[in-house]
Design a protein around this ligand. Structure first.
Ligand code: ZN
Length: 196
């Protein structure tokens, strides 16, 4: 399994897009870190505290969105090697932002230029709602191939569309009917009935 496949499905596609958009802008980037296990986050947190090296994170497990599969780090490759010149990252950051990602380079206290994450998530809220990263990950929905639609369903949908009761682009037979779906069908039906 590739590292990128360990990310939340939405972030996974954005990470792939970022690689492509960066390439279009003339930069080769690689994904260096995605989902972090407890051991990996603990080791990272120890660095610069109980182990040698500079401090690289303020987050204990699971306080980083990396632990929840909602963040990834990049490296810019120049002449076949990772290059940490901030000017390159300051070019990539806004590209990531244009894809709807949060860029760590904007963080005032502890700027983290190689870091990108999905907006709208906080580790504390994730912990409250899901408990642990593995429980959160278990809720991810993979993009599944479209299920086969039996011909009679297809026919019913076609006739309902022709009668003006459903809108075929919105009401798809393979999707479950929620309240809004049912109400839309009823409203459309009333509209059709009052017209005649
Ligand atoms: Zn990061």
């Amino acid at each position: 399994m590739e590292k990128i496949d360990l990310l939340h499905p939405v972030l996974r596609s954005k990470a792939r897009l970022l690689i492509n958009r960066a390439a279009e802008a003339g930069f080769r980037i690689i994904i260096t870190q995605t989902l972090r296990t407890k051991e990996e986050q603990d080791a990272l947190y120890a660095q610069g505290r109980t182990r040698p090296g500079p401090i690289v994170t303020q987050a204990r497990y699971p306080q980083s969105l990396h632990c929840w599969g909602l963040a990834f780090d990049i490296a810019v490759i120049i002449d076949g090697r990772a290059n940490w010149n901030v000017a390159y990252y300051d070019r990539i950051g806004p590209i990531g932002e244009s894809l709807g990602l949060v860029w760590g380079g904007r963080w005032s206290g502890f700027p983290d230029r190689p870091h990108f994450q999905l907006p709208g998530y906080e580790w504390s809220r994730l912990e409250t709602v899901y408990g642990t990263p593995s429980k959160f990950i278990a809720t991810w929905k993979e993009e599944k191939p479209m299920p086969e639609i039996p011909p009679w369903k297809d026919q019913v949908m076609k006739e309902a569309a022709q009668a003006g009761i459903i809108m075929p682009n919105i009401h798809k037979p393979q999707e479950p009917a929620d309240k809004a779906f049912v109400l839309a069908v009823i409203l459309n039906l009333l509209r059709v009935l009052t017209k005649n």
